[in-house]
Design a protein around this ligand. Structure first.
Ligand code: NAD
Length: 369
């Protein structure tokens, strides 16, 4: 089944705009059924690869955002995107002249969708140009890079968000609620894993300098995230093990798979694997009086979930559209972005990812406090 947009989802249900019955049953972040005709957040996508394509389509479904500009190193993409999304020449930049965006009042935010190691440079340049920023996950490739990015945004007086789309996704937010509100009692055990089979040797994700690491950086960050937001706690220690290398050519620079165990102050243990050698996409939490789970849990959905009380049934959303709209609403209202979507959240994850690598490399338990 294809992702439904928020609008088509509501239309499929035969729901008129503003329906109170439905508004009462849907999480608040997917209830904006009234048309908005005020100032929109003008977004420039920076890096026009695969995920930028999803974001561009998502932006067409937003109420509070507009795909107003692009930043690309490939002239043919500039031509293609200009035509497809009706982008004026004055809002088209390349990696060299991006800094000139400082003079462009028609761009409010730069959304960095480049390979991981480029996030820091482009975030800092956009901040110096006075633009708000959304940067894709993982926020950067080291915690110290994250700190530099946070400082640059603070000094420039702009907001920094990380593209954590699941923070606005109903199934995942239900996992967070069930865990944090202890609906089934204290969570004791979490298993959250994400993997797919990688086979393209030219992929930048296999290049350590560009990716910062392998599946842990790319996919494991989601598992760390779900552990943290379901428990509402920060881990105190971690142990980790690299998996076997079954394809030495493909995995010459980054790990093929990695498994780790996070220990949390409330006594919960979170075990996860992120891998490039098989498919897995699941979240499972066992609590004192029951369980809750999702599978698929992290990909673009549609998700499927249940608890020890039965099946879960939430709407399928356009994750990119909802995420951008929710961030836009805060910025347009001149309010501070909540911490769970901020650069600080990305920094916390990066600290844990680095500790996982250290634990796997040394075979030691690494303290996080
Ligand atoms: P991609 O390879 O499809 O696109 C990368 C873009 O960067 C391309 O346009 C490429 O031309 C450009 N680029 C510039 N310099 C490059 C270089 N030196 N090497 C390679 N490409 C270079 O990658 P993607 O899947 O779009 O991922 C981009 C970012 O988005 C990553 O940080 C990734 O983790 C993130 N992402 C997030 C999600 C999500 O669900 N939130 C999903 C996919 C990707």
């Amino acid at each position: 089944m294809k992702n439904l947009t928020r609008r088509s989802f509501l239309q499929n249900l035969g729901i008129a705009a503003g329906s109170a019955t439905v508004a009462a049953t849907l999480p608040s972040f997917i209830c904006n059924t009234k048309m908005y005709d005020g100032k929109k957040l003008n977004i420039a996508l920076c890096g026009l690869g695969r995920y930028a394509g999803y974001l561009a389509e998502g932006l067409q479904e937003t109420q509070f955002c507009k795909l107003a500009g692009i930043v690309t190193g490939t002239p043919s993409k500039a031509v293609e995107w200009k035509k497809k999304y009706n982008i004026p020449d004055k809002n088209i930049y390349n990696y060299k002249n991006l800094d000139e965006i400082i003079n462009n009042k028609d761009i409010d935010l730069v959304y960095v969708v480049l390979p991981n190691a480029m996030h820091k440079e482009f975030t800092i340049r956009a901040a110096k140009a006075g633009k708000h920023i959304i940067v894709e996950k993982p926020m950067a490739i080291t915690e110290s890079d994250c700190k530099e990015m946070i400082t640059a945004c603070k000094n420039a007086g702009v907001q920094l968000a990380v593209g954590y789309r699941l923070h606005y996704e109903p199934y995942n937010m239900e996992m967070k609620r069930l865990g944090q509100e202890k609906v089934f009692g204290q969570v004791r055990l979490i298993e959250a894993s994400l993997g797919y089979k990688s086979g393209d040797p030219s992929e930048w994700r296999l290049n350590k300098a560009l990716a910062g690491g392998g599946p842990l950086m790319n996919l494991g960050v989601y598992c760390v995230q779900s552990n943290r937001y379901v428990l509402g706690e920060e881990p105190i220690s971690v142990t980790a093990q690299f998996g076997p290398v079954t394809n030495k050519k493909l995995f010459a620079e980054v790990e093929e798979s990695i498994t780790w165990q996070l220990v949390f102050p409330g006594g919960a243990v979170g075990t996860s694997t992120s891998t490039y050698n098989c498919s897995i996409d699941r979240f499972f939490a066992s609590a004192e009086n029951g369980f809750f789970e999702l599978s698929p849990a992290i990909s673009y959905g549609p998700f499927k979930g249940r608890t020890s009380n039965g099946e879960l049934n939430f709407p399928v959303t356009n994750q990119q559209a909802v995420q951008c709209d929710e961030i836009a609403k805060v910025i347009l209202a001149n309010k501070q972005l909540p911490e769970h979507i901020s650069g600080e959240e990305g920094r916390k994850d990066m600290k844990i990812l680095q500790a996982i690598y250290e634990a796997a490399r040394t075979g030691r338990k690494i303290s996080l406090v």
